[in-house]
Design a protein around this ligand. Sequence first.
Ligand SMILES: Nc1ncnc2c1ncn2[C@@H]1O[C@H](COP(=O)(O)OP(=O)(O)O)[C@@H](O)[C@H]1O
Ligand SMILES: [Mg+2]
Length: 287
Amino acid sequence: MPSNNLPHAEERPKGASRSTLEADAVLSSDVAAPAVVALQGVTKRFASGLEALSGVDLAVTRGEFLSLLGPSGCGKSTLLRIVAGLSEPTGGSCRLALGESENAFSTGNIGFVFQDPTLMPWSTVAANVELPFRIAGRVRSAERDRVAASLHAVGLAGFERSYPHQLSGGMRMRVSIARALVTGPALLLLDEPFAALDEITRHALNDDLLRLWDADRPTILFVTHSVFESVYLSTRIAVMAPRPGRIAADLRVDLPQPRNRAVRTTPAYAAMCETMSAALAAAMAPL
Ligand SMILES: Nc1ncnc2c1ncn2[C@@H]1O[C@H](COP(=O)(O)OP(=O)(O)O)[C@@H](O)[C@H]1O
Ligand SMILES: [Mg+2]
């Protein structure tokens, strides 16, 4: 469900920095680019006493496609929920600078896609995608046109009156993506959206997502535990380590844009996957 009216920050906070390892060296060229998301020293300790995140520094610049890559339980979802404003950090700060969108439909500057499509089973596809506008209390013809355009963008034109149970898993996820995109968000957060899909469908949705990103260039934070998926999609990958969750490596993905299927069989892709696998293995090693 998209999360609207989230706090905006005017500026990247002073001293906000990327964390760890190669980040500063590899990414020093775009230090001046505006940070859409700036996390500084973010810690999250749950009431149970479990420290899910510790000292997370992360600055995401406009138009980046950044994947959070890490094993189950390392705090990826917790971090994404903090960025969405759905959860408060217990330490540090999370600031967003989403700016003013020229898009008149931008009632929601953040779109959120969960692993489960979380559709309303009693509503049609169109009504599900319309939900952010309903929440905002504004559904007129312009908004309905926007719903149609969003469904068209994810390849679901003609399915407006279908119900979720009439769709395949991949199509349901497309509806969920259309709902997140319908307001033209500046920031799109996706939490393992394709993890439950078969490989062929996942690859197709990977390409759909890249096409959508290429068209509007929203800033994307994408959570995954798949090395291959993260390398295929991202311009940059933050590798997370568990117990407590933290960023262990922050690496640029130096592969040609736009990505397409041919990339998956190139030596450069294989080499990048190997680099990420090594970074993940190092992150998993006991301290
Ligand atoms: N509401 C909560 N209360 C207590 N512990 C939680 C809560 N949510 C998540 N956790 C714990 O925090 C850790 C990180 O969880 P999560 O962010 O979901 O990891 P990931 O998304 O990487 O699998 C896990 O150990 C999980 O059990
Ligand atoms: Mg998770």
